[in-house]
Ligand binder design. Structure first.
Ligand code: ATP
Ligand code: MG
Length: 137
């Protein structure tokens, strides 16, 4: 079974919609292998988004990701990565399709409710960033 990483970002956690977002994953046939609520340190956020280090929005992205707790989840299922990306909707919530998580819960491209791995290779890296293999069941 394919695994992918989801992060419910600080804006959605602050809105108290964690359960509603996790339910969308389950309703779409994805299984929660492990989940935890954590406060990212600045070093965590910088390391996690290192691929975007040269982008103009990097500093704001890091500030946002450490502005409050996040919920990190390993999702498992057939085509888990693509399915999660579909449920999330476009990066900019104004462009996100109706009924997607970002269309329904996100305010802006900076505060866009969720993160999802964008390839099988990145999913592996991101899962190992947050979880030990023995935690994933
Ligand atoms: P994520 O990686 O968080 O799942 P994504 O894969 O849809 O989102 P990326 O291109 O990987 O989008 O960008 C990572 C994050 O950086 C976005 O979720 C968004 O919060 C922020 N971001 C991306 N592009 C911009 C931009 N043009 N202006 C401001 N923030 C941006
Ligand atoms: Mg991305």
């Amino acid at each position: 079974m394919e695994q992918t990483l989801s992060i419910i970002k600080p804006d959605a956690v602050a809105k108290n919609v964690v359960g509603q977002i996790l339910a969308r994953f389950e309703n779409a046939g994805l299984r929660i292998a492990v989940t935890k609520k954590i406060q990212l340190s600045r070093a965590d956020a910088e390391a996690f988004y290192a691929v975007h280090a040269e982008r103009p929005f990097f500093a704001d992205l890091v500030e946002f990701m450490i502005s409050g707790p996040v919920v990190v989840t390993v999702l498992e299922g057939e085509n888990a990565m693509a399915k999660n990306r579909e449920l999330m909707g476009a990066t900019n919530p104004k462009e996100a399709a109706e009924g997607t998580i970002r269309a329904d819960f996100a305010e802006s491209i900076d505060a866009n409710a969720v993160h999802g791995s964008d390839s099988a290779e990145n999913a592996d890296i991101e899962i190992n960033f947050f979880f030990a293999q023995r935690d994933i069941v």
